[in-house]
Write a protein that binds this ligand. Structure first.
Ligand code: PRP
Length: 229
């Protein structure tokens, strides 16, 4: 008698990865955990958004970082990799981030024009340009300041000099972007690193998701040992 696979395990797993800088660091870690995309994934001319992997039961999707969290939270993808900034901004109940992958380190910070003459910290209301309205509002609330967030999707650094917002809340890695746009970092809100994220329901019902969590956890532990050696 043939054993029929359950509906859950016969379905293809979808693994979501973000476009952009984090991906270069993610790929070698994914490979160590057994997640290897087909060659077409690396072809810059390829406009596909969904790719096969060396596993028949898994495909990769490449989407914007915020959308990685959205796909996984809604169960449209079961697993993904994304920065902890995105996890904290959304705070989705159905999204679980069990493994700190210890790469993609940067920080979410407040910045303003280096020559801003006024002391904005004395204000009770301030306009802030950001991609992170929730984290931003919470940060200013803790200081008793009401932040009016102007949502931008990139190039936040332009906002203060063009008068769109007095301050910005954005990712800082080397600090070069701030410097080149005449801004200074005034407060660090959170430190960020890449996380493995999973859909909570999928983790409960599909053993392959738990296996992936274990595989990535082992790789993270091995890398920590290698770096300490
Ligand atoms: C991020 C961030 C900053 C920049 C900071 O943008 O939004 O603009 O990196 O890095 P730095 O401190 O090393 O200069 P990214 O290049 O990822 O593109 P984005 O604007 O599309 O988010």
């Amino acid at each position: 008698m043939t054993i029929k696979q359950s509906d859950t395990t016969s379905r293809q797993l979808t693994f979501a990865v973000p476009k952009g800088r984090i991906l270069d660091e993610a790929l070698p870690v994914m490979a160590r955990a057994g997640v290897v995309p087909e060659d077409g994934f690396h072809d810059k001319a390829n406009r596909s958004l969904s790719f096969g992997t060396t596993r028949d039961d898994m495909r990769l999707i490449r989407v914007r970082a915020f959308d990685v969290a959205t796909f996984v939270a809604h169960g449209a993808a079961q697993v993904g990799i994304v920065g902890s900034d995105v996890v904290e901004e959304f705070d989705y109940a159905d999204l679980y981030a069990p493994v700190d992958l210890d790469f993609g380190h940067c920080r979410l910070s407040v910045a303003r024009l280096a020559d801003d003459p006024e002391d904005a910290s004395a204000a009770s209301h301030i306009r802030v340009a950001t991609k992170y309205p929730s984290l931003t509002a919470r940060h200013y609330e803790r200081q008793g300041i009401q932040a009016e967030c102007v949502k931008l999707n990139g190039a936040m650094e332009l906002a203060p000099s063009l008068g769109l917002a007095r301050q910005i809340v954005d990712l800082v890695s080397t600090g070069a972007t701030l410097k080149q746009n005449g801004l200074v970092e005034t407060q660090r809100i959170i430190d960020i690193s890449a996380r493995l994220i999973v859909n909570r329901a999928a983790l409960k019902t599909d053993p392959r998701v738990a296996e992936l969590v274990d595989a990535f956890r082992s790789v993270a532990e091995e890398r920590a040992k290698e770096q300490a050696a």
